[in-house]
Ligand binder design. Structure first.
Ligand code: HEC
Ligand code: HEC
Ligand code: HEC
Ligand code: HEC
Ligand code: HEC
Length: 253
């Protein structure tokens, strides 16, 4: 039987098909990646921390206000992660201030060893140097081409819960929302469902309804009673003159 030989051009065709498969395969998998991407980015991202600090315990059970530790949220773009000295107020142990021994909660706990050693190094540093902190691992991380600002939201009655979920119920903090461009724009286009009294933004349990009416005194001293988010949000939008921007340059500058 005579051997069948493919003509020479078949070799070339094979290469062309292979090249096309590589190029288009890459193209389509990228397309699919970017199509899915905005909905899944980093949701649930939950790095392991050097100290098992629990928000559920400190912010939930002990009812500590978010601003006790994240004390710059109202005044700065960035929400500060607390220095170890803040933890030392309760877990410092050996420090004596004005004759009072501070902070004896779980003084011996091995879980708090990094906190204690950080407090020790802080003592040895020259005064005026940057405060010592535990090496916390970042949970949220926006790309650098996005401009975000905490105080612009906190002072306008947008609660932490809108963007971070129920942190007060989290033993380990995780990213609760996509924080994608669509996520930002959905609220900038229609903020009312998320607006409230700026004094209540750190109350993550906030409720409104017939059983949980919100009573507000406006600038003129007139009292208003609200039982639904729609009219309550609309009130705050008007009261504070809120008009979120959707221009590209608001978030990409
Ligand atoms: C006792 C201090 C303390 C209090 C109170 C506190 N936090 Fe934190 N928070 C921390 C520390 C420490 C970290 C860094 C370690 C970690 O991620 O668990 C952190 C991390 C976070 C992060 C993740 C930051 C990142 O890396 O992206 C968010 C979001 C957050 N806190 C929100 C809140 C909110 C909302 C509240 C109020 C309900 C609150 N925190 C109350 C100490 C505190
Ligand atoms: C206002 C006081 C207060 C501050 C400030 C505070 N804690 Fe606590 N923390 C407590 C109390 C109270 C407990 C113990 C609750 C219990 O065991 O019932 C605790 C428990 C803990 C535990 C569990 C210890 C164990 O062995 O079970 C860790 C870890 C911890 N805190 C870390 C931190 C870190 C890190 C900071 C600073 C970001 C901090 N805490 C700030 C009051 C505080
Ligand atoms: C409108 C959405 C939004 C609101 C409201 C909001 N955050 Fe954030 N938060 C973000 C985004 C986005 C990041 C990531 C910023 C980055 O990586 O540059 C972030 C990051 C953080 C961080 C990490 C440090 C930092 O600045 O990157 C902490 C801590 C934090 N938020 C705490 C809070 C607390 C506490 C509140 C309420 C008082 C709050 N946030 C309200 C969107 C929000
Ligand atoms: C839950 C609602 C909500 C979400 C989500 C939200 N924003 Fe906003 N944003 C607002 C409101 C309300 C304002 C205040 C508008 C005003 O003052 O008129 C604002 C203001 C801003 C400003 C300030 C603009 C200025 O004039 O300085 C920036 C920047 C911004 N948002 C960026 C973002 C980014 C980036 C995201 C997504 C990571 C985001 N926002 C998500 C509601 C939201
Ligand atoms: C309210 C804030 C906000 C506004 C307004 C905004 N963006 Fe974005 N944009 C974001 C955020 C947040 C991301 C990052 C999402 C992520 O992490 O992937 C982003 C990402 C992007 C990207 C990168 C591709 C991607 O989807 O990840 C491009 C391109 C972009 N924006 C273009 C624009 C243009 C053009 C406009 C004006 C029509 C605009 N943006 C308006 C918040 C905004």
């Amino acid at each position: 039987m005579q051997e069948f030989n493919f003509p020479n051009w078949v070799n070339k065709l094979f290469l062309v098909v292979l090249a096309a498969a590589v190029v288009f395969g890459g193209y389509f998998s990228n397309m699919i990646f970017f199509l899915i991407h905005p909905d899944v980015i980093n949701v649930g991202h939950r790095p392991t921390q050097p100290v098992p600090f629990s928000h559920q315990l400190h912010a939930g059970q002990l009812k500590m206000d978010c601003r006790y530790c994240h004390n710059t949220v109202e005044v700065a773009g960035h929400a500060a992660i607390p220095p170890t000295a803040t933890c030392g107020n309760c877990h410092g142990g050996d420090r004596v201030v004005a004759g009072r021994t501070l902070a004896v909660v779980h003084q011996e706990s091995p879980l708090l060893a990094p906190v204690r050693s950080s407090l020790e190094t802080a003592k040895e540093k020259p005064p005026g140097s940057a405060p010592d902190s535990v090496d916390w691992v970042k949970v949220h991380d926006m790309p650098d081409f996005v401009y975000f600002n905490h105080s612009a939201h906190i002072n306008r009655g947008v609660s932490c819960v809108s963007c971070h979920g129920r942190v007060d119920q989290m033993v380990v903090v995780e990213q609760a929302k996509t924080l994608s461009m669509k996520f930002c724009l959905d609220c900038h286009r229609n903020p009312e469902p998320h607006l409230r009294d700026p004094n209540l933004v750190t109350d993550l349990e906030f409720k409104i309804g017939p059983e949980h009416p919100q009573v507000v005194v406006d600038k003129e001293g007139k009292e208003h009673r609200f039982e639904d988010q729609e009219s309550y949000g609309a009130f705050w939008r008007k009261e504070l003159g809120i008009n979120p921007n959707v221009n590209c340059s608001t978030c990409h500058r």
